[in-house]
Design a protein around this ligand. Structure first.
Ligand code: ZN
Length: 214
């Protein structure tokens, strides 16, 4: 069974995939891992991807898809896998469909973990770091005892540029714009399953397990 996990940053895809892997035996395949592994092993695709990864540019789709096809042939994907981080846009989804079909495979299910954008801003933008010891706090989930002051060392806390609400909002908006056509694509194929990601982690895992087993 080949499953695509979709969700905006902060929706909990990584956490859920780790739990589902243990529960279902499906491997968790991320593009980050694909790039790292292929580069580490010095595969032909890894050598092609390396300059893109090192300069922070987008790795061309044919390279990423080639790595994916290799990866899902490996023994730990025998029961199938969950793809996380690819496809990111409609063009990649179409290219993946074509490549899988040529290999006699197809995506069986696409699961979208739905979390409202403002909730994600709260999750992603609440981080504060300590200048002194590097400790990380979260306004809601792990607040310091005194606002703006590190519990460990008493130094002042600061917010990274990337963790500021307006920056987070802009980044999420870009993701939303790419995600909508992807959702429509898989909905059109009758493969889209939506999960309410606003509840606690256990409830989300339970729902995901149920739709994957169905
Ligand atoms: Zn500190």
């Amino acid at each position: 069974m080949y499953v695509i996990l979709l969700g905006l940053p902060g929706a909990g895809k990584g956490t859920q995939a780790a739990r589902l892997k243990a529960q279902t035996g499906l491997a968790h395949v991320t593009t980050g891992e694909l790039f790292r592994e292929n580069i580490r092993r010095g595969t032909e695709l890894g050598r092609k991807a390396q300059p893109f990864v090192e300069s922070g540019r987008l790795v061309p789709d044919e390279i990423t898809i080639g790595m994916l096809l290799d990866r899902i042939r490996q023994p730990d994907c025998g029961r199938g896998c969950m793809l996380d981080g690819f496809p990111r846009n409609l063009e990649q989804a179409r290219a993946l469909d074509t490549a899988l079909a040529a290999d006699g495979k197809r995506i069986d299910k696409t699961v979208y973990i739905r979390v409202p954008t403002e909730e994600l801003v709260g999750r992603l933008a609440g981080r504060w770091n300590c200048r002194g010891c590097g400790a990380v706090y979260h306004e809601v989930n792990q607040p310091p005892r005194a606002a703006g002051v590190c519990d460990n060392c008493g130094a002042q806390l600061y917010q990274r540029e990337d963790d500021k609400p307006q920056v987070v909002r802009t980044r999420l908006q870009v993701n939303v714009e790419q995600l909508q056509p992807l959702l429509a694509h898989y909905r059109g194929q009758g493969k889209l399953l939506e999960i309410d990601g606003l509840r606690d982690v256990d409830a989300v895992t339970e729902d995901l397990g149920a739709v994957l087993a169905a």
